[in-house]
Design a binder for this molecule. Structure first.
Ligand SMILES: Cc1ncc(COP(=O)(O)O)c(C=O)c1O
Length: 502
């Protein structure tokens, strides 16, 4: 016979429901049943709970289980105990009276979390998500931007990681201070000096969680809301999103055969930030001429603007040495240089770096720590060892050769099918090439047509901030194996022929 109605009956009814949290232990089920009754005010504030002894008897549950569930309810503030007088529902909930009923009716009275309809975002949130790139698509033939991470030297990496975990000291489990793991910063400084002619001391190097975070730091620290950021047009969408999220005014500047090409009237405007990809403009692949580099540096110096140089894929230059960075020409400390390991190693590593002018070292270090609490020192340590032991340069050499061969095969396959009517550009370096299309061709429609054959090329016009100036298709080849390049290359050529009558 149940001795303490209605509380015991209420709980007993809930626990008897076969679908009430069947996989959880009894103590947790009892706690959840009592909590639900309190939240739905079936057990109102001030209501006395039965003694643990009586409840154990009524519910047929061990008393220790009841005590443990009550203790949890006390700890979370749902009930209070008063020595000698018992356990009561706490008075912290609204005291609107409701008809008492069984817990079976609970779902009808539980507040509903909306599952559909417009998301209640801020204006900025709504704007940002309106054009979001969405989930990362499954890697498909010719998706631009992807490297072939199947060639990553797993075994070597595993050995280095194991050694770091075995030998390392506990500081590596802490947040990263002072801009990241010192030996990695040293290795990066050395690498950039030799292979990119970057003027850099170790102090100026800061490890970030990739270019996206580097850009965010620059936008937060160097520009105010409403300031103007010049971006190349067409532009890397990731940079555009970051600047938009910081409420900067984006001013698209056309790109011609020499890189970013501001008009005379644009040169009179006062940008605060100038985002550029001088070694391999993303997405067109144009290399910025020396004259343009000089012009930009002079402008930045005169106007007090900051140039953000995104050097994301210079490792993959197929003819000759990688190009020297714009930063190396900067005599006035106006360039913030950034690089990433996403393309050379694998995207999920999320390790990138910034080289900031000397005056910005302290503020950047402090903001990096305060805003992002960087970590992953174990990965940074393994990466430092990976570079120091020469595996990094060996890996780059290997993949550069492999990607170069893929690029050549793709070019030959396309030309063999379509003939010299096809114009290919931007293929001297990087992980993708651009097939240029006549102005009247709808490259978005053509990319959709290609998608029907399982080909994930991207239309050039999607990268423009305003009306597209040029039409084309971005074709990524690094990830695709040689057999698939032949097969899908022919397929793509057919799609282009069908869509353009070339
Ligand atoms: C122009 C450009 N910069 C940088 C990156 C890499 O960014 P992250 O280091 O955030 O992966 C990409 C990746 O696609 C890119 O296309």
């Amino acid at each position: 016979m149940i001795t303490n109605l209605p509380t015991a009956e209420l709980l007993s009814d809930t626990l008897a429901q076969a679908d009430f949290l069947p996989r959880l232990p009894q103590q947790r089920r009892l706690y959840e049943a009592a909590k639900a009754a309190i939240l739905s005010q079936q057990l109102g504030a001030g209501c006395k709970l039965p003694s643990t002894r009586n409840l154990a008897k009524d519910l047929g549950i061990a008393r220790n289980t009841i005590i443990a569930a009550f203790e949890q309810l006390v700890a979370e503030g749902f009930v209070v105990t008063s020595t000698g007088s018992g356990t009561y529902v706490a008075a912290t909930l609204p005291t609107v009276s409701r008809p008492k009923g069984k817990l079976k009716e609970l779902p009808a009275s539980t507040p509903k979390i909306p599952l559909a309809g417009p998301a209640p975002l801020s204006k900025r949130g709504a704007q940002l998500t309106e054009f979001a790139a969405g989930e990362r698509y499954e890697i498909q033939p010719f998706a631009p931007g992807d490297c072939d991470f199947s060639t990553f030297p797993y075994k070597i990496w595993q050995r280095l990681q194991n050694r770091v975990w075995r030998d390392s000291w506990s500081e590596l489990l802490d947040y990263g201070k002072a801009g990241g793991y010192l030996p990695l910063r040293r290795a990066i400084a050395e690498y950039l000096r030799v292979s990119r002619s970057v003027k850099v001391s170790i102090d100026q190097v800061m490890i970030t969680a990739g270019t996206q975070q580097s850009l965010d730091l620059c936008a937060q620290l160097l520009a105010d809301v409403g300031d103007t950021a010049w971006v190349e047009n067409p532009c890397y969408w990731g940079a555009r999103r970051v600047f938009e999220s910081c409420d900067l005014h984006l001013h698209p500047i056309a790109v011609d055969a020499e890189g970013i090409a501001p008009t005379a009237s644009e040169l009179m405007s006062k940008p605060r930030l100038i985002y550029v990809t001088p070694s391999h403009q993303y997405p067109t692949g144009v290399v910025m001429s020396l004259a343009r580099r000089r012009m930009l540096l002079e402008l930045a110096e005169n106007e007090g603007a900051w140039i953000l140089e995104d050097d994301y894929d210079s490792e993959f230059r197929y003819t000759g040495r990688p190009l020297a960075a714009l930063q190396g020409l900067d005599a006035h400390g106006r360039v913030v240089y950034m690089g990433t390991f996403s393309k050379v190693l694998y995207p999920g590593i999320k390790v990138g770096y910034l080289v900031v002018p000397p005056l910005l070292v302290e503020p950047f270090k402090s903001a990096l720590y305060d805003l992002h609490r960087p970590g992953q020192l174990m990965i940074q340590a393994a990466l430092a060892d990976f570079i120091a032991a020469g595996h990094f340069t060996t890996h780059i050499r290997k993949i550069r050769q492999a990607y170069g061969a893929k690029r050549e095969l793709l070019r030959k396959t396309l030309v063999a099918q379509v003939g010299n009517n096809i114009k290919i550009s931007g293929e001297e370096s990087g992980l993708h090439l651009v097939i240029e299309l006549p102005d009247q061709v709808d490259d978005v429609a053509l990319a959709s047509l290609a998608a029907e054959s399982g080909i994930a090329v991207k239309p050039l016009s999607n990268y423009y901030l305003q009306q597209p100036v040029r039409r084309g298709l971005l074709v990524g080849y690094a990830y695709v194996n040689m057999d698939k390049i032949s097969y899908y290359g022919k397929l793509l050529a057919h799609v282009i022929q069908a869509g353009t009558r070339l």
